[in-house]
Design a protein around this ligand. Sequence first.
Ligand code: C2E
Ligand code: MG
Ligand code: MG
Length: 582
Amino acid sequence: MKKDNNSAGKVKNTERILDQIALRKQAPLGIYAVLVILYVAATVVVTSTAGMQGEVSMFGVSLTIYSFAGIFSALSNIFIMLIAVHFGKLGFFTAMTALVVQFPMILVGIFVKGNADSLPGLFTDFFTLIAVIIIYLNNMRIDKAQDKLRDQAVTDNLTGLPNRFACSELVNDLIRQGEKFTLVSIDINNFKSINDTMGRNAGNEVIIEIASRWKNAADQESSGTLDFVTRQSGDEFSLIIRNYSSEDDIIKTIKHYQLILEKKVTVEDCDLYLSACFGYAEYPTDADNSDSLFSSADAAVYEMKRMGNSNNILRFTPELLKNERSVEIERKIRAALVNDSLFFNLQPQYDISHNLRGFEALARMKDSDGTMISPGEFIPVAEKAGLIDKVDISVFRNAAKFFGELIQKTGADITLSVNVSVRHLMKNDFLDEIRYVINTCGVPADKLEIEITESIMIDSAEKALVCINELKNLGLKIAIDDFGTGYSSLSYLINFPADILKVDKSFIDKMNSSESSKQYVAAIISIGHIMNFDVISEGVEEPEQLDTLRSIGCDYIQGFIWGRPLAPEDAEDLVISSMRAE
Ligand code: C2E
Ligand code: MG
Ligand code: MG
């Protein structure tokens, strides 16, 4: 990076930090020390063996001791070159010093001790010196080109600020060193409207002005902390805050940058007043790695944008990630509805003698990487976002169409259950949609069953009842789903025109662990029968649970023990094979 000195002649903060990021690329100084030691050791061997008389025998061959001097002299030159190649200026001066010192030593050998055999050493030393100078000049040329490349790699073209790459390099360095710091994500408010109304050039001028003000502040350490400002993209910036002692210091620094931003910006004779959202997260308190630190700070900014809180500062909390995930899932549901890529599975339901009663249609959605998003995650999001009616009707339509064809093909006498959210049930066009599906799918109405979750229904019983009676008039069956998880009273059950109770899995799970839990399930089944409902137990997994349910008079079973949710083709195979078995 270009050394742009301030008035005090001191290298500015931003440049100094960028240089520190780059320093890591040089070979470690430990290797330098090892090479120097090896060089000194090889030189000592050369001087002590040069001129020595006598022979040694190796592998049956006799060698003069003097010949070892040649080998170690070559080695010492290799070490010197390695130092010159890998350690820049330091390596060059070390190599030059070593070689220059060698000259008089060789000359003393030749002229004082009369050792003429050292003459080739003089030439080797001379040529090594030339090679080191060439290496140095070449390294300087490469370094210059590399500096230029690095400048481009770490600098944002428009503003000259460090860019996204420099930011993540510094974050990774600080994490490696275990230093506490804070990452602030900054998003300028309404920047798009400046671009739209005044044009991109004016927008660029605004960004350049903000960047220059913030860079000065970081360079002069005017906030009282050690700061590093980077431009991420468009109107998004990041600020890394270091050397602070408390949360108050972080807020003080962010407010400092906020105040600088809020000062009037004049572009094309227009006075503009800017503001931004600042979301921050601290390493290691809020996140323990670079990825999660960035997404935590971003989550805080998005939360502020979502709340329309345009000029504020927010620290990351784990709650925010949940919101972010919800927003992402909502986007995926919307896309799946547009592409009609929501699909369904069919989980078989059996009577207690293991004869197929029918299937429950369960919504399924895939993530972009092909993994499944569980309905436990996306159904509540769809409910909150007001999309549940679209999800329900998409599953209902597709499942009913498939089921109509299946019944026509096989003549099977089976029921299709679909889940309907109470929020959907209350919508004015709900009954019209149901009528449309019944008229078009080819499934007799009495083979269609609507599952309504007990706990939600109680809250809105009055209005729900009107709808449910209408559904009954159309000939559909009604199931109370997840029975036992709400607060059903007997009087409520008596008035409720349901056909079937579905005992929630949580009761089936506990049923065999204590006698009282078993009695509780037995009581639910008895009450259901008294009210004239059939009872189906959900989530049956163990043979012991099946035995118990048989002994206490349960009518139907839905659970992994007899069948997991199946793709429609597999459900079709199951229907065909169960009809053959009859
Ligand atoms: P649910 O309606 O009570 O559906 C039964 C859930 O229990 C299904 O989970 C099923 O796969 C699971 N299950 C059944 N037997 C076993 C078992 O033996 N062991 C275990 N561990 N699980 C079992 P899934 O498919 O994840 O659905 C969860 C919930 O999402 C459903 O509970 C339902 O409330 C909701 N849902 C699914 N599809 C739709 C839909 O199209 N519309 C609406 N509104 N809600 C839906
Ligand atoms: Mg259900
Ligand atoms: Mg259920």
